[in-house]
Design a protein around this ligand. Structure first.
Ligand SMILES: Nc1ncnc2c1ncn2[C@@H]1O[C@H](COP(=O)(O)OP(=O)(O)OP(=O)(O)O)[C@@H](O)[C@H]1O
Ligand SMILES: [Mg+2]
Length: 447
């Protein structure tokens, strides 16, 4: 049974249950029928006996009876005995039936040569004196025959019902389990690498319908994650190949015969710049990979967020001034939060770096920190090139760089890392921007 298919197992259970129900019904009908027929036979012999005794009377010590009483349509035999227990009259074949000791006013069931009989003995009274007694008997053969017929019907119907149950059960179960076969086939195709496969079954609302919907949703998520992974790998390799190509080209030129010292020096400069770029990209990728593994435990400590912002702003100010961008910080009070110093420094460098990098000559960056409903809210506002409406939803995607960023350097990983850092601190980050007007980045951390 253990190795049978679910289809066969369910069909067999269905058939066995039906057989069991049929057997229980047969036994119940058998007993109820037998009981009812026995009661009926009992009341018939009693009624007949009462009626017969009214036809009998005593005359000079002899028993007199009306001949009309011999008419027994109900298949009743009877025998009349006088006071000395001698049979004086009988109707029907009484051979063995007279040998039983009388048990007055009580029915007895006896078996003679395979046939059951019901016997009822009643005393004949006249003026309260016993003048004899009458024995009425009725064959119970018809009950046995009815019960035998019932058994015969049961035995004949059993295989028919069983065959019908097996057939209906098999088709019902097959219909119910058909979607499972489809799920198995689809899962096999997905297993071979075709993640575009879907079940696309009608959601019937039953267990199988729910299973197929959940299955499709799961594959949808898997496919999206798989595509993102593929995209990430391809973007990452592209991002690393470009500097390697540049480095290789410059190095080859430098080692070629006839290169001047100036040429060497120029090549070295480019190689150094590209190496730094590559190193920065690799660091960012490593950070994101650590974040993806969801194992990262931030090294949280109680820090003055305002102080940290001030320090990073001072650091960025130098390069900002070279670009003609000014940075100002609105007055603030100390704000102590549980933060990972390295990560938050990285976040601030990314955000302030963007605000300066995507700004115009003479532009301005304004930093403010406010406490708002159980949150410390950091707002970095610039009046730089801004982000278009179409690009805004993509800025947190890995390697996304807007075409408006022109030839500014960057790998497009900064905001993806910023989002991860904010998530690690259970905070929230939002960017509002208008193209050519400016950008506002809002970061909230729970206090
Ligand atoms: N303050 C801003 N103003 C205008 N555009 C911005 C601003 N911040 C981000 N962007 C746009 O969003 C894109 C993604 O920013 P992100 O910081 O992730 O990458 P990046 O600055 O290009 O490179 P990286 O930060 O890795 O050096 C940028 O290329 C730029 O187009
Ligand atoms: Mg950036």
């Amino acid at each position: 049974m253990r190795n049978l298919s679910i289809r066969l197992k369910m069909t067999l259970w269905f058939a066995i249950s039906l057989l069991f129900v049929m057997s229980v019904m047969y036994v119940a009908i058998h007993f109820v029928l037998k009981e009812t027929m026995m009661k009926n036979a009992e009341s018939i012999v009693k009624a007949y006996s009462a009626q017969a005794s009214s036809y009998i009377e005593a005359e000079d010590g002899d028993i007199k009876f009306d001949e009309n009483m011999t008419n027994t349509e109900s298949g009743i035999y009877y025998q009349i005995y006088n006071g000395s227990n001698q049979a004086v009259h009988s109707y029907g074949d009484f051979n063995d039936l007279s040998s039983f000791t009388p048990n007055f006013n009580q029915t007895q069931v006896i078996s003679i040569k395979g046939t059951n009989w019901i016997i009822y003995d009643q005393k004949l009274l006249e003026d309260n004196n016993s003048i004899g007694w009458i024995r009425s008997v009725k064959s119970l053969g018809y009950i046995d025959e009815t019960l035998r017929n019932l058994f015969f019907i049961y035995i004949c119907l059993c295989p028919v019902f069983l065959a019908v149950a097996l057939l209906i059960g098999y088709f019902l179960v097959r219909r119910t389990l058909q979607p499972i076969d489809k799920i198995t086939a689809t899962a096999r195709m997905i297993g071979r690498g075709d993640l575009s496969q879907r079940l696309n079954m009608k959601n019937t609302g039953d267990e199988v319908g729910r299973l197929s919907t959940t299955f499709d949703e799961m594959i949808e998520r898997l496919e999206t994650a798989f595509q993102a992974e593929k995209q990430f790998t391809s973007d990452a390799s592209h991002e690393l190949r470009t500097p390697v190509t540049v480095i290789t080209a410059y190095a080859e030129n430098a080692v070629a015969e006839g290169s001047s010292l100036e040429g060497y020096s120029r090549a070295m400069e480019v190689i150094l710049k590209e190496s730094r770029k590559m190193s920065a990209t690799i660091s960012s990728l490593l950070m994101l990979t650590r974040g993806d593994q969801r194992k990262y435990q931030p090294n949280l400590e109680l820090l003055d967020f305002a102080q940290l912002i001030g320090d990073v702003a001072d650091e960025v100010k130098v390069s900002a001034e070279q670009k003609g961008v000014s940075i100002s910080m609105l007055p603030h009070t100390p704000a102590f939060l549980m933060l990972d110093q390295t990560l938050i420094t990285n976040l601030l460098l990314n955000l302030l770096g963007n605000a300066v990098k995507y700004n115009n000559d003479g532009g301005h960056v304004e930093i403010s920190l406010v406490a708002e409903r159980q949150n410390a809210v950091l707002i970095i506002k610039d009046d730089g090139i801004g982000i278009s409406k179409e690009d805004l939803p993509k800025v947190f995607n890995r390697f996304f760089r807007s075409e408006h960023s022109g030839d500014t350097e960057g790998s497009g990983l900064g905001l993806a890392i910023a989002k991860w850092i904010v998530d690690v601190h259970h905070g929230d980050i939002r960017i509002d921007s208008i193209l050519s007007v400016g950008t506002t980045v809002t970061v909230c951390f729970p206090l």
